[in-house]
Design a protein around this ligand. Sequence first.
Ligand code: BEZ
Ligand code: FE
Length: 288
Amino acid sequence: MRNFNEDNITQAVLDRLSGCSNSRTRRISEALVRHLHAFIKEIEPTEAEWAVAIDFLTKTGQMCSDTRQEFILLSDTLGASMLVDAINHRFDGESTQTTVLGPFYVEEARDFPLGANISSESGDEPLIVEGSVKDSRGNPISGALIETWHADNRGFYDVQRDTGKSALDMRARFHADETGRFWYRSIVPAAYPIPNDGPVGKMLDAQGRHPYRPAHVHFKLSAPGFETIVTHVFLDGDHYLDSDVVFGVKDALIKKLGKIDGHTSPGGQEATPGTSLLEYVFVLPDKR
Ligand code: BEZ
Ligand code: FE
């Protein structure tokens, strides 16, 4: 077949996919072609605009490295990551709500004993985190793996420092005790702009959007027999809760920082009076 034009090219490309033997690949390819052609027909780009689009995607790829994932930022800022998250985590109301993993997760974080201080920064506002991990019937999940990471009080993650992944900080892996509880010390993280010195930053500028995320602590919780939950706990009162650049905020994930009155936290940790306290109960759904 020849002589393709605006009216017949979409069907021609779809027909070309008829030999695809993997039904999922075929379905995905067909949807991609249909939606891409519809998008082009809707915006009718000039050739110069199409070249800008290709250059944008090229630069997005070129920006990626071991410690920078510009495509994740693109997916996050277009709301695609949260949409994929929502589709894949249609859990019951009891389970902890999920949100984006983000580009700063590091699989090879260190194991720490319960109660450890995971921040090398001592002059910042100290934070005590006390959590527990339960199943949807309220039973503790003993030994659950808790992976946690957060930014410093200037809004930077360890991997954004010059040392990259060689000096991990403010991130750790813990195992819950036999009652499902875990606790650790760190510093209160600040709100921060996502890395915006690349193509995604330019896109946000062009769209008239700010690049900020409200202050939060990340958690990834897993245990045999349960679905893994990837989430954050957001600090109540943050200026950016209603305009998170990656659309990740849910009411159920917002917690007000407490202040410890005496010399002991509710979980029994030694504390200086006035230390901030973040408490959260995580509920893991049964494995589907
Ligand atoms: C984060 O919270 O670490 C994050 C999530 C999405 C994009 C950038 C950062
Ligand atoms: Fe984050």
